[in-house]
Design a protein. Structure first.
Length: 332
């Protein structure tokens, strides 16, 4: 018998999440039985904290539910021949240390995963955030060689991959982030232009200086005021991929306009919101491409690793405050 620990949503977030909004519980797991549905016991090794958890918690969770989220887990006990003990999988079982599965919701790490590569990357660059960058650029932005791509929250889990994939695709890349250290990181990744949006006197001027001719593609992770300013600097027939709106997730009072219709009409822009699960049928394609680029050194990564399952809420709150460079993960 195993006692699992799990973080539950004690109280729906009001404004910025607080540690008191979470509660740590213990759950007694039953022993596995031959012939039953529950054939696998797994232990979480790495857990992900992501911006989407903030709005999704309100839309999809009740108070008392286990916090949503993805993990890399190791199979501890198996009565399913498709999954060997010791194998590593990715699954969406929320903030818990151990769980039981029938195997249907588990995705084995790619068989060609190198031993030298951290398995936590399956939650970041070679996982959902990487796939978000991949399909957002290829299918929504439809970037072409020679174009100029703008990405905000560029030092985050998604944005840092967006910039690197755009460079692989032959584009000029402009990124912005919220600290000088993050801007230095973007330059290290190969971004052509990067600036600290918190210290520039005028966002409009900073964007104009970085690309006087404007932008063909805008990969928006932030929304709010940044998007309102950037849309006016799109080139004619520009494409905007709306991936996130982290500037608005913790607002207690909704932000109001400016409104997008006039620049969209006169520049004939395309603006499309997307969720990466739309391309689940092409997941293997995306993961193989990302893994290949990482192994070849064409896509670099950085992880902000928090040690200890008891620190999940702290890691989540820190990520929402922008304290992470690259992907924020928790090591159990």
């Amino acid at each position: 018998m195993v006692i699992a620990k799990a973080w539950v949503l004690k109280k729906h977030f009001d404004g910025f999440p607080k540690t008191s909004d979470f509660d740590l519980r213990e759950i007694e797991l039953p022993n596995l039985k031959d012939g039953g549905e529950q054939k696998l016991l797994l232990a979480s090794v790495f857990l992900s904290v992501d911006p989407y958890m903030r709005p999704y918690s309100r839309r999809h969770m009740k108070e008392g539910d286990i916090m949503i989220g993805t993990q890399v887990a190791r199979i501890v006990e198996s009565k399913n021949p498709a999954f060997a003990v010791g194998a590593f999988v990715v699954c969406d079982r929320g903030w818990r240390t151990h769980f039981i599965s029938d195997g249907k919701d588990l995705q084995l790490l790619p068989s060609n995963w190198p031993e030298s590569l951290p398995r936590s990357l399956a939650l970041g660059t070679v996982g959902m955030p990487g796939l978000t960058a991949y399909f957002g650029l290829l299918e929504v932005c439809k970037m072409k060689p020679g174009e100029t791509v703008l990405v905000n929250a560029a030092a985050g889990a998604v944005g840092s991959v967006v910039g690197q994939l755009a460079k692989i695709g032959g584009c000029k890349v402009v990124g912005c982030a919220g600290s000088d250290d993050k801007v230095a990181y973007l330059k290290k990744l190969g971004f052509d232009e990067a600036f600290n949006y918190k210290t520039v006197k005028s966002l409009d001027e900073a964007l104009r200086k970085a690309s006087p001719d404007g932008y063909d593609c805008f990969f928006d992770n932030v929304g709010g005021e940044f998007a309102s300013v950037a849309i006016n600097q799109m080139k004619k027939y520009g494409r905007i991929a709306v991936c996130g709106a982290i500037s608005q997730y913790n607002d207690t009072v909704p932000q109001k306009g400016p409104y997008v219709q006039i620049p969209m009409i006169f520049k004939e822009l395309q603006m499309e919101g997307f969720i990466v699960s739309r391309w689940n049928n092409r997941r293997e394609e995306g993961l193989n491409a990302l893994l290949k680029w990482v192994v070849e050194g064409k896509v670099k990564y950085h992880e902000q690793v928090t040690e200890g399952f008891e620190n999940m809420p702290m890691a989540f709150i820190g990520m929402l405050k922008g304290e992470n460079t690259g992907k924020a993960v928790v090591k159990v």
